[in-house]
Design a protein around this ligand. Structure first.
Ligand SMILES: *[C@@H]1O[C@H](CO)[C@@H](O)[C@H](O)[C@H]1NC(C)=O
Length: 215
């Protein structure tokens, strides 16, 4: 009798823990990976500086850096300096899309957008994720995650264009959800893009295992 009860208890615990694993879920669950080639990774960097002075790719790691007094990516642009990977050839206008990448931001980099969704019905962007003093913020506002310096983190961004919201996961954990800015010509970017204010002189981020998924 007692051992039956123990069996039942063990089974119950197994069922509950498996349920937790399933509902805890991976953000990419139910999504299909989109095949990427080098052609899907377009680099933007200060227009007057050779790429290899702001970007390197070694052992699968993209390293991107920029200085506060660098020029914009285009001589006709008035935007802040950047060195960014722009996911190219996969611009989206509807549906459910997801960016995944492992990022690393060194202590000292501040006021830098490290990932974004470019495009919106109005304005230039749908999502800006910035590092200020080690914390990740939505633009210069809501706190998304703390204590981000000097460690690799997994970033997943899900953009449900049809339902009009964006969800951000750090290390598989849902950390932030926000209404999007309406449909547009949308694409993902990562790297370093100086904020309008409160920026460190040197900005750097590294990225590996970048993937794009859709539903
Ligand atoms: C970043 O570096 C500064 C200066 O070396 C140090 O005081 C600070 O504790 C570091 N912060 C983190 C989060 O490691």
């Amino acid at each position: 009798m007692k051992s039956h009860f123990m069996d039942l208890l063990v089974s119950l615990i197994l069922v509950i823990s498996m349920g937790c694993i399933v509902s805890g879920g991976d953000p990419t669950q139910g999504f299909t990976p989109v095949p990427l080639t080098a052609a899907n990774f377009a680099l933007q960097k200060p227009y007057d500086i050779p790429l290899d002075e702001r970007y390197s790719y070694k052992d699968g790691v993209h390293k991107l850096w920029v200085y506060a007094d660098d020029k914009p990516h285009d001589p006709s642009s008035n935007t802040q300096p950047r060195t960014e990977i722009r996911i190219k050839g996969l611009d989206y206008h509807s549906g459910v899309w997801q960016f995944e990448g492992y990022g690393f931001v060194p202590n000292g980099t501040s006021g830098a957008t490290v990932a974004q969704i470019h495009g919106a019905a109005k304005g230039a962007t749908t999502l800006i994720l910035r590092i200020y003093n080690g914390n990740m913020r939505y633009y210069d506002g809501a706190l998304v995650a703390e204590d981000m310096y000097d460690k690799w983190f997994r970033l997943n961004i899900i953009h449900n264009v049809d339902r009009g919201f964006v969800t951000v996961f750090i290390n598989g954990e849902k950390r932030f959800k926000v209404k999007d800015q309406g449909p547009g010509d949308l694409y993902f970017k990562c790297g370093v893009y100086a904020a309008p204010a409160d920026i460190s002189y040197y900005m750097e981020s590294m990225w590996r295992d970048i993937k794009i998924y859709k539903k």
